[in-house]
Ligand binder design. Sequence first.
Ligand code: P6P
Length: 350
Amino acid sequence: MVASSASFVESPTLDRDCTTLSRHVLQQLQSFEAEAQDISAIMNRIALAGKLIARRLSRAGLMEGVLGFTGEENVQGESVKKMDVYANDVFISVFKQSGLVCRLASEEMEKPYYIPENCPVGRYTLLYDPIDGSSNVDINLNVGSIFSIRQQEGEDLNGEAEDLLQDGHKQLAAGYILYGPSTMLVYSIGKGVHSFILDPSLGEFILAEENIVMPSHGKIYSVNEGNFWQWEDSIREYIRYMHRHDGYTARYSGALVGDLHRILTQGGVFLYPGTQKKPEGKLRLLYETAPLAWLIEQAGGKASTGTQPLLDFVPTMLHQRTPAILGSTEDVELVESFIREGLRQVVQTV
Ligand code: P6P
């Protein structure tokens, strides 16, 4: 006898276990149109990249040739870890023969990588930091991948991908994968911020939390105070304020994705200011601070360079760096107030 559908009791647990990333994207877009299917398929490929990277990280200490340095330097002048190269290649491989993504721009590659078979039809570009915080890999601490998806504009005939040099509002989707005690994928397509946790027994990212909203204030400030004497005095004054007033605590891991995820979920502020020698700071705009800024603002927080909204910043080069102040609105505005006061005093002394 075939059981009728009426005999099945609605099971929220079963429904949640079936809420995979690709299904969630289509639910978000409330559409089965071509672009919605494309974004859903792209997110699915990003999820596959996350699974492959998580699997390698989980065995890194047991396998030959996974940990340590390659002996090369990347375009940033940073020593390249073997895991950086592997993760970079994973994101390229998952998009081959997909027809979706024509170009990939990565922290690890000086120029964008083109996937020829996709380019005639693929109108999307993936910008990514394949493994952020890779110095943590060899000591088994959390690392992350950061991604941003943009629509290609024009034909990019000279292969310079100049259409990518636009502000962060041009992003179609953005997010990160946090490789921690569990592997978590957090994303937004402009309709709120949602988190998924990899269930290894299913091999699927399953919905964990929908519509994450940041508190307007949090007690955490996250910054590398080892740079204290490199900063502008306004930032030093802000840090002194944090030291002198109750209700604040410092948390900093040196890995952006984990530090940002803490702020997204608990409130507070993450900052990587510029220094007197490098006013633009260390973090890269197109595949680090712009995607994270988009998420933070989608969750009701604020993202600033210190003097302008981070998402308004227009890069002049692919590996553009910007100062970054990301977090709860009240806490970001407190940092901005110190910077404004500092600028006012500079103007007064001129
Ligand atoms: P610092 C890692 O190298 C990274 O790009 C981010 O993950 C992190 O937030 C930052 O650099 C840490 O830099 O100067 O504090 O060691």
